[in-house]
Design a protein around this ligand. Structure first.
Ligand code: C2E
Ligand code: CA
Ligand code: CA
Length: 701
């Protein structure tokens, strides 16, 4: 994938270069060294080799700041020390053994091992060559070796760090697609403050050991202390950076790593947002303990499905994020997303029971879709929603399908202005009358918000409500609609028109704990009885945070406010939903009402009306556009009708006239249009009902 090929070529290239150097070093060792090390030198060589291997296996964990951590090995200290007393080949070999043992123990990939051996071999070789040149001594140390000289040691140490780090930095730059200079620069402070002093200990250690080999005990003590405190510090830091349940990185780490990738990578960065399917049901039916086990199992699968340098984080709940660097195209990101899905979509076996696990993934690509982690998360969230709603498992963010495009962000700002200057009347409320079949009168209205944009003209609520929901505007918008509606009720009361107001509540509002209080204040301000306010909620609005929404609904009903279940029948689990909340009214969605000529749909409508009644609800049919439909609904026992037939949404001042225009039609009577005296026939009404003049005319024969 991605730059993997280039990386592999590079790794093997370094190995290729190191091969002859190793052979040369071996030859030099055989030729230049007068016999095997003896006495103190032999002790030093053996001790150093052992400590070098131990150092590689038990690195000192250290924090690198900004939430990143690293391992510090003391192996190079002793490898470097070896250069002063033994042929360079011995340091190379000791290092190779240490790296091999470590790689086998930690199951690291073998191509990396070959590279690491080569990288150290080259670094040691260059370091010794520089030392020999500056100190003017032979390449292979004489026996017994003289004490290391200070300046040449410094030069050799610098050469070692330079070669070692550059070789690694090139590999990093290739794999995360960053500029080499940038990688080296980022690493510089770390090298100067940490690696260099450790390396400097090498010649000092040789000096001390030559004084007495027992000094190794004194030398190891501070290293062990450092190891101990480093581990403790790292554990604490790891806790702050890890998700407690799964041990994956948390939001903070994602933020830091993502920001770095976006700012420093020369290639693209993909952010994959993963959400488990039906996790809530697992939690609800099998308990949180099992839910946690499923999350842990998924967390364990993810790292194996992504690249070694990709970051896996858990945001909370059943949401995970994978941050992948060097992803330049949607197809690469999709391939990764599919790999993740196949890894996750394997049942989790718990106590002998297999629990099905599935996931959906939303993908956003930086910098194409955003240059901050927040932006990418938002885009990935939109893509995830698209994936879930199309029932596909993965989707890449599609800007054109996103409601929050740049133009709409502009609209959001405009809407904020319009709401801040509510007096200017850009945002107003239209009222649509509802007809109570039993009384034959209009006793209620639905309040529908309208926005007259100064340059764009009328904008439909279906268009701007989601924009308001994207920001915090929805709260202000809702308050404005309720306030205007209740104020209007008071005004109509004065003229003798007593109505009930239905107001739509959006998803964001329903999870707002302050909603009951807001409504109480509004009702008090206008002195309106709570029963005269009906809040229309929909299933999708309820679903975003079901437990919270249900609590708020219970609270509102306690207050005396009525609840209406809007757009009933369009959700995908409407019956479950009915069981969850208690309401006062059920509104059959207009998609059913408008298809009522279809016998199947008619059956559904009839059953829904019965269902509503059995639950003790008033049943409203919306979208009633013609008299035949009105009659059928009345026949089926529907309580309230709403739709263009009854009246269109109009400004407050036009509503009384519209209500007056309704004609009282007694049951089973021949109808006479009051305007032109024509006889209209025959609507076989079984109950008395009112119809507006237009309806009477429509059904004329
Ligand atoms: P809704 O709650 O289903 O509102 C009824 C919609 O149906 C209104 O559209 C209304 O004009 C339209 N309608 C009424 N009678 C008929 C009919 O006979 N035939 C047809 N085809 N349509 C009819 P509108 O005003 O464009 O509102 C659209 C949606 O915007 C509403 O759907 C509601 O979900 C939302 N909305 C409107 N006002 C508000 C509000 O103040 N707050 C919130 N959160 N949402 C609102
Ligand atoms: Ca509604
Ligand atoms: Ca509706």
């Amino acid at each position: 994938m991605r730059s993997d090929r280039t990386l592999r070529v590079y790794l093997w290239l370094v190995v290729g270069v190191a091969m002859p150097v190793l052979v040369l070093a071996a030859l030099a060792a055989v030729r230049g060294f007068d016999g095997r090390p003896r006495g103190t030198v032999a002790v030093i060589v053996i001790v150093f080799c052992l400590v070098l291997i131990a150092g590689e296996l038990w690195p000192i964990p250290v924090a690198r700041g900004k939430g990143a951590g690293d391992d510090l090995t003391v192996s190079s200290t002793f490898g470097f020390g070896l250069l002063f007393v033994a042929p360079v080949f011995i340091a190379m070999m000791a290092q190779a053994v240490a790296l091999t043992v470590d790689a086998l123990w930690r199951r690291r990939p073998l191509d990396r091992l070959a590279f690491n051996i080569a990288q150290y071999a080259l670094a040691y070789w260059v370091a010794r060559a520089v030392y020999a040149a500056v100190a003017k001594v032979p390449f292979t140390p004489m026996h017994p070796a003289p004490l290391p000289a200070l300046l040449p040691s410094a030069a050799a140490g610098t050469a070692f760090l330079l070669v070692n780090n550059t070789l690694v930095a090139i590999a990093v730059a290739i794999s995360v697609q960053m500029r080499l200079g940038r990688v080296l620069l980022d690493d510089l402070k770390w090298q100067i403050t940490t690696s260099a002093p450790l390396l400097g200990l090498g010649p000092l250690t040789v000096q001390a050991m030559m004084w007495t080999p027992a000094s190794i005990v004194l030398l190891l003590m501070p290293i062990i202390a450092l190891h101990h405190s480093g581990t403790m510090l790292m554990n604490r830091e790891r806790e702050a950076r890890r998700d407690a349940l799964t041990g994956l990185a948390n939001r903070t780490v994602l933020h830091i790593a993502g920001t770095e990738a976006l700012q420093k990578s020369t290639g693209g960065t993909a952010l994959l947002l993963l959400d488990l399917d039906h996790f809530k049901e697992v939690n609800d039916t099998l308990g949180h303990g099992v839910g946690d086990q499923v999350l842990i199992a998924v967390a364990q699968r993810l790292p194996g499905a992504v690249g070694p340098l990709d970051l896996v984080a858990r945001l909370g709940g059943d949401e995970f994020v994978v941050l992948a660097r060097g992803v330049d195209s949607a197809s690469e990101a999709l391939a990764l997303a599919n790999r993740i899905c196949s890894a996750v979509n394997v049942p989790v076996a718990l106590h002998g029971v297999a629990i099905a696990v599935g996931c959906s993934v939303g993908v956003a690509l930086g910098p194409a879709h955003g240059d901050s982690v927040q932006d990418l998360l938002r885009c990935a969230d939109v893509a995830l929603y698209q994936a879930k709603s199309t029932r596909g498992a993965v989707a890449v963010y599609d800007g054109t399908a996103d409601r929050h495009s740049a133009a709409e962000l502009g609209l959001q700002a405009d809407l904020a202005m319009a709401l801040a200057h509510a007096g200017a009347g850009q945002v107003w409320v239209a009222y649509q009358p509802q007809l109570s079949i039993a009384s034959g009168r209009s006793t209620s209205v639905e309040c529908l918000v309208r926005w007259r944009h100064p340059t764009l003209g009328e904008i439909q609520p279906d268009h701007f409500i989601p924009i308001a929901e994207g920001g915090a505007l929805i709260h202000r918008l809702f308050e404005l609609v309720v306030d205007k509606a209740l104020g209007q009720l008071v005004e109509w009361d004065r003229s003798g028109l007593v109505l009930t107001a239905s107001v739509n509540v959006s998803a964001r509002q329903l999870s707002n704990a302050g909603l009951p209080e807001t409504i109480r204040r509004c009702l008090d301000r206008h002195g309106i009885a709570p029963r005269r306010l009906i809040l229309e909620v929909t299933e999708t609005r309820l679903m975003s945070d079901p437990a919270r929404s249900v609590e708020i609904i219970v609270e509102l009903r306690k207050q005396g406010v009525q609840i209406s279940i809007d757009d009933f029948g369009t959700g995908y689990s409407s019956l479950a939903y009915l069981q969850r909340i208690s309401a006062d009214e059920l509104k059959i969605d207009r998609s059913f009402v408008q298809e009522i000529d279809d016998p199947g749909v008619a059956n559904i409508v009839r059953s829904t009306i019965d269902l509503g009644h059995n639950l003790g609800y008033r049943v409203v049919a919306e979208g009633v556009e013609d008299a035949d439909t009105a009659v059928r609904l009345a026949d089926m026992g529907c309580d309230v009708l709403q739709g263009y037939l009854i009246g269109e949404p109009v400004a407050a001042q036009d509503l009384p006239a519209q209500i007056d225009a309704m004609v009282w039609v007694p049951r089973g009577r021949v109808l006479r249009d009051v305007d032109d005296g024509r006889t209209v026939l025959p609507i076989n009404l079984r109950r008395a009902m009112a119809l507006p003049r237009r309806a009477v005319r429509d059904s004329a024969v």
